[in-house]
Write a protein that binds this ligand. Structure first.
Ligand code: SAH
Ligand code: SF4
Ligand code: F3S
Length: 463
């Protein structure tokens, strides 16, 4: 009997891309492929790309270039480019010109067509390009190949209609489309039956969940329904947007032990003129009011954010307002980015006229990171002496005598390991004894919480 063809999927970008890769893998399993642990001996390599910043694109372009050699020595190897870059006309033109060794390009809206497209590839010599410009209806009941373990991702809303002026996502992911609540609940119930206990619901903008459904729903309705499912211990949601963060949601989070008390509120900038030009549709004052309502309702909240520096026309005074906002809110952590022009977006045109010079962009990023690292350390120092439940994910990358995991509010925790006891996928109480900028460490402070037996044996290093 011939051996099954193998596949390897390289995923860049956000958790929505990771989830898409699980769905590609599920479809490939169903048509008889087998997953390969590396690209070296795969018969099919799919590059699931991200277009959010130039750096993400450069990584993918580099990898596509590298694969040319592999293809030269294995002419039967099939290469496919998928994901957000595939939705950009510029990428398709680049592949035609510089990477004719790519066999297939397919977009984010026609993921479900993968099996048919692979058939088409075997009938054609030229690159098969199938990129739908806009999204059709949500396709349900696709097979998927999830990671083992107790954590699972579940899509709840696709696309984004917010059109922030710097952002490519509305162009690569299309308009907002929510999944029916009943279907999400069924999926999570089935996951709970399989032993998954930590669920992350996904969308580019989860706070818009349900606004397009009839009757209209709020994200709080969905999270409360999911929290009532037996076996589900923790619920996370990414990515939220400050604009539609309802008071009802704040209260639902505050009252729930299952919904994470980690609230990610991407602010992007601290100055009103920049927020306006970014089309974020909130003001500094409105945002700070939201933060204080969140802090009041959820005293143990862990707040994080995303910030862009060097947006076209950003002055030193605008930037000072960002620093000032960071000092006021005191985030537990922040993801900080240098503005990257994205072709076709309004801000990319302004970048042509009124760019912040590169050295200034870098200097602002450094100053912002320095401030945030200091605040992150202080926030972590506040955790000393507390006992937190930690979901152990694997061995520490740096030290195999140490376990690494996360708290419900997403803080990384290291704990000493007794090699005779396997704690992977267990929820373990840990007393926090040391605090650093990016992680906490401590020692086990009791037996793992009771629950279903762990589901996996693979040890994944975390940090
Ligand atoms: N939907 C999410 C963001 C998804 S993209 C939201 O609105 O919060 C993740 C982060 O990437 C954004 O929050 C933003 O900080 C950053 N980002 C998006 N486009 C960018 C660009 N053109 N340049 C630099 N950073 C960008
Ligand atoms: Fe991009 Fe704005 Fe949509 Fe977030 S809300 S994905 S930043 S357009
Ligand atoms: Fe990147 Fe697309 Fe996600 S642009 S951040 S992979 S939605």
């Amino acid at each position: 009997m011939a051996t099954a063809p193998t596949y390897y999927i390289k995923t860049y970008g956000c958790q929505m891309n990771e989830r898409d890769s699980e769905i590609m893998a599920g479809q490939l399993d169903q048509i008889g492929y087998q997953a390969s642990p590396t690209d070296a001996d795969a018969d099919l390599i799919i590059i699931n790309t991200c277009a959010v910043r130039g750096s993400a694109e450069d990584h993918a372009f580099g990898y596509i270039g590298q694969l040319k050699q592999m293809k030269d020595s294995h002419p039967d190897l099939q290469l496919a480019v998928a994901g957000c870059m595939a939705q950009e006309p510029g990428t398709v033109a680049w592949i035609k010109r510089h990477a004719p060794h790519v066999d297939l390009v397919f977009g984010t809206h026609n993921l479900h067509e993968l099996p048919r497209l692979l058939d088409e590839v075997s009938e054609h010599d030229e690159t098969v390009i199938e990129v739908w410009k806009s999204a059709g209806d949500v396709v349900e009941h696709l097979p998927s190949h999830r990671n083992d373990g107790v954590r699972a991702f579940v899509n709840i809303i696709y696309g984004c209609d917010k059109f922030c002026t710097y952002c490519i996502v509305p162009f690569t992911r299309g308009k907002e489309r929510s999944r029916e609540l009943r279907l999400v609940v069924d999926e999570v119930r089935a996951l709970a039956d399989e032993g998954y206990q930590d669920i992350t619901v996904l969308g580019q903008n989860v706070n818009s969940y349900g606004h397009d459904l009839d009757p209209v729903l709020d994200l709080a309705d969905l999270l409360e329904s999911l929290a009532s499912i037996d076996g589900i211990r923790w619920l996370h949601y990414i990515t939220p947007h400050p604009r539609d963060f309802s008071q009802r949601l704040i209260e639902a989070i505050a009252q729930s032990q299952k919904i994470t008390h980690h609230v990610h509120l991407p602010v992007q900038a601290g100055s009103n003129p920049i927020l306006k030009r970014m089309n974020r549709k909130y003001t500094r004052e409105g945002y700070l009011d939201l933060v204080s309502r969140v802090k009041k309702a959820i005293p143990d909240v862990s707040l994080t954010t995303d910030i862009i520096v060097g947006f076209p026309g950003e002055t030193e005074d605008d930037f000072q307002q960002t620093l000032d906002l960071v000092r006021t809110v005191r985030y537990d952590a922040a993801f900080t980015f240098i503005y990257s022009p994205r072709e076709g977006t309004p801000a990319a045109r302004w970048e042509g006229r009124d760019p912040v010079p590169n050295p200034i962009k870098k200097d602002r990023l450094n100053r912002l990171m320095e401030l945030q690292y200091q605040i992150s350390l202080e926030a972590n120092l506040n955790m000393l002496g507390k006992t937190e439940v930690v979901l152990v994910e694997g061995l520490s990358r740096k030290n195999p005598n140490v376990w690494a995991g996360r708290t419900q509010s997403n803080k990384v925790v290291l704990l000493d390991r007794d090699p005779a006891v396997d704690l992977i996928d267990r929820f373990v109480p840990v007393r926090i004894e040391q605090a650093k900028t990016f992680y906490l460490s401590g020692c086990q402070a009791g037996a793992p919480l009771s629950g279903p037996a762990p589901r996996r044996r693979i040890e994944l290093p975390l940090m």
